[in-house]
Write a protein that binds this ligand. Sequence first.
Ligand code: COA
Length: 143
Amino acid sequence: MFTLLIDFGTPAYDEVVKLRDDILRKPLGLAFTPEYLAAEHDMFHLACYTDKHELIGCLILAPQENNDIKMRQVAVHEDCQGKGIGQFMVADSERIAKEKGFTKMTLHARDTAVPFYLKLKYKKKGRAFKEVGIKHYKMEKEL
Ligand SMILES: CC(C)(COP(=O)(O)OP(=O)(O)OC[C@H]1O[C@@H](n2cnc3c(N)ncnc32)[C@H](O)[C@@H]1OP(=O)(O)O)[C@@H](O)C(=O)NCCC(=O)NCCS
């Protein structure tokens, strides 16, 4: 497998949005709005492919203030979860973020994904809160 930074608004981006919709939105009975997606034009979009160029995972890196960068919308294809793809994408994102001069990765983890991020050495910050109707925790890691 390999990762690529893909450009906003391209066919590759559209394919990633469909994967995000299938994994992160439809199960919650939600959908992306054009306004929500338009706000992503200046973020980094990472896609992960098999050697046969099939899309298997994706995430977004959104620059914040103070050299922080926020990891968003981490999704692995349903048939491919638990095979190390998420871990591979996060490690690659940390390398990319570091190369771009960011010093801290932040994220909002779904309660169900907290053990995944703890394994990758992210620390929980503060109390649980609700986002898209489900319990989340703020987590972060120094790069
Ligand atoms: C959460 C998600 C991104 C993890 O990616 P993945 O490819 O399935 O995870 P990996 O196979 O890379 O797992 C890495 C390690 O974390 C562990 N792990 C992964 N998900 C876990 C979970 N939900 N609970 C406990 N441990 C978990 C794995 O067992 C593995 O540990 P190991 O190295 O000891 O075997 C993926 O399962 C997914 O897309 N889930 C649905 C959407 C979602 O919840 N996204 C996150 C939103 S914050």
